[in-house]
Design a protein around this ligand. Structure first.
Ligand SMILES: [Zn+2]
Length: 97
């Protein structure tokens, strides 16, 4: 009987999972804007996908769905940006008037 930790595929995944420090060392192109300072911060894809504020990819403004952190579930709460793309998945009750 094999145990989970005996499977080579799982061990490989552990080794290839990106380190936290990769964010600072390797540019991803994914940038999020800090609401307090207005400063753009390079981040990883997961944080970018879940960010509710302004986003851009390689300096180009990005408008699209926001996902619940670490999932592929689309966030349907209110969004700051009022454009049609960002508002597409927002609950009708959370849309701006
Ligand atoms: Zn937008």
């Amino acid at each position: 009987m094999k145990h989970l930790h005996d499977l080579p595929e799982l061990q490989l995944q552990e080794h290839t999972f990106p380190e936290q420090t990769d964010i600072g060392l390797r540019p991803t192109g994914y940038e999020i804007r800090m609401p307090d300072t207005g400063e753009w911060l390079m981040t990883n894809q997961e944080m970018f996908a879940a960010w509710l504020g302004d986003r851009r990819v390689w300096g180009i403004p990005y408008h699209g769905p926001v996902y619940a952190s670490g999932t592929r579930t689309i966030y349907t709460g209110s969004r700051l940006c009022g454009c049609s793309v960002c508002q597409m998945n927002v609950n009708p009750k959370d849309k701006p008037n």
